[in-house]
Design a protein around this ligand. Structure first.
Ligand code: PLP
Length: 405
């Protein structure tokens, strides 16, 4: 058995059948599958370790607290952060962005200030900024892209001004697969005294990241896109910045002392973690990180690069197929349209063949408007995908096209 097939055995779902056919799961951009190791960790937690954290003196509570805080430590090391205080557990990328937009916006945004995002953002990195800009009468500006789906960096240089307070961009576009030059963006922002939030939802499972090396101010991601459970995610923030921001939500755990007259807030990271968190999720996330480390980014990058090259080559053999997103620096996401056929129709037919791809606007409607298309069909690969699955996809697409045209 080759190395990839051995890895596939770690993911029970990959051996199931859909509509009587072997599942071909190519929707990793939406969510990744979970290895047995992560499933076992969560099961063990609920079976033998479940308890609330940070509150009880009893053994179970202390054990659960220790595991949860060890998980924070694992996340910290994984992204190269300096301190546990800089790692905030959230519900996911969307929750993390809303936290910063709200908290940063309330404290630091004034009328006429500017926030910059890009034309290829997921709705969750657009709408929270629109909401806070509306509230504060601030201005939202957008870095344009070219037809290849790359940021126009010269335009960014012109957009940044002394009024710019923060730049929020994704590292990798979920729709185009474009890898953005985040280090350069951070340099430009800092030269202009602006902060940067990087949405790493699509990069965290695909490329190593080091927040200190990047000098990024805030970095956010979701557990479920990195082989961990849904409902857990991370906000990394530089300690001094997080200390300066007001809490996002009020409730248990985020307080130091409460009276009816006044409440004082807990220190980091608890200040931003009101209420009982997703404890099993946090512990599951640490288990997923251990799993990624076991596979290693060398293997991940090699396999995903090969899948991108082979997938692009084979898909382009299909008449009438056009790839949307051809950036020079790209990850293993291939979005495409087929002349004369709506993406939903293709998605529905190939589902009958056991093939799971994403169809639609991928929560990037402004990007669809830019390319003047209603949506795309998106195959997004993980390291457990194979060239044989690319062949099945191509065969399935040809069959669907024959039926529809
Ligand atoms: N940002 C990007 C680039 C994404 O791809 C996604 C999800 O697809 C999100 C943000 C939102 O992530 P979540 O739904 O896990 O909060």
């Amino acid at each position: 058995m080759d190395a990839i097939n051995k890895i596939r055995n770690d993911f029970p779902i990959l051996s199931r059948k859909v509509k009587g056919k072997q599942l071909v799961y190519l929707d990793n951009g939406a969510t990744t599958q979970k290895p047995q190791q992560v499933i076992d960790t969560i099961e063990k937690y609920y079976a033998y370790e479940n308890s609330n954290i940070h509150r009880g003196v009893h053994t179970l509570s202390q054990e659960a607290t220790t595991k949860y805080e060890e998980a924070r430590e694992t996340v910290k090391s994984f992204i190269g952060a300096g301190k546990n205080e800089e790692i905030i557990f959230t519900k996911g990328t969307t929750d993390s962005i809303n936290l910063i937009a709200s908290s940063f916006g309330k404290k630091l945004l004034k009328k006429g200030d500017e926030i910059i995002i890009s034309a290829m953002e997921h709705h969750s990195n657009i709408v929270p900024w629109q909401m806070i800009c509306e509230e504060k009468e601030a201005v939202l500006k957008v870095i344009p892209i070219n037809k290849k789906g790359e940021l126009i960096m010269e335009a960014l240089e012109k957009l940044v001004s002394p009024k710019t307070k923060l730049i929020a961009v994704n590292h990798i576009s979920n729709t185009l697969g474009t890898i953005n030059p985040i280090k350069k963006i951070i340099e430009i922002a800092h030269k202009n005294n602006a902060l940067v939030l990087i949405d790493a939802a699509q990069s965290i499972a695909h490329t190593p990241l080091n927040v200190v090396d990047l000098d990024v101010d805030f970095l956010v991601f979701s557990g479920h896109k990195m082989f961990a459970p849904t409902g857990v995610g991370i906000l990394y923030g530089k300690e001094a910045l997080l200390n300066d921001l007001p809490p996002y939500q009020g409730g248990g755990d985020m307080i130091k002392e409460v009276t009816f007259e006044k409440t004082t807030y807990n220190c980091l990271p608890h200040k931003f973690e009101a209420g009982t968190p997703n404890i099993a999720g946090g512990i599951g996330l640490a288990s997923a990180i251990d799993y990624i480390k076991k596979i290693g980014f060398d293997t991940i990058l090699k396999q995903e690069k090969a899948l991108l090259a082979y997938g692009t080559q084979e898909l382009l053999t299909i008449d009438g197929l056009r790839i949307i997103g051809s950036a020079d620096n790209k990850t293993s996401v291939i979005s495409f349209v087929i002349d004369g056929i709506h993406p939903f129709d293709i998605g529905t037919i190939i589902d009958q063949l056991g093939i799971a791809v994403r169809t639609g606007h991928h929560c990037t409607q402004p990007l669809m408007n830019f390319f003047e298309i209603p949506g795309t069909i998106r195959a997004s690969f993980a390291f457990y995908n194979t060239k044989e699955e690319v062949d099945i996809l191509v065969k399935g697409l040809k069959r669907a096209i024959n039926m529809l045209l």
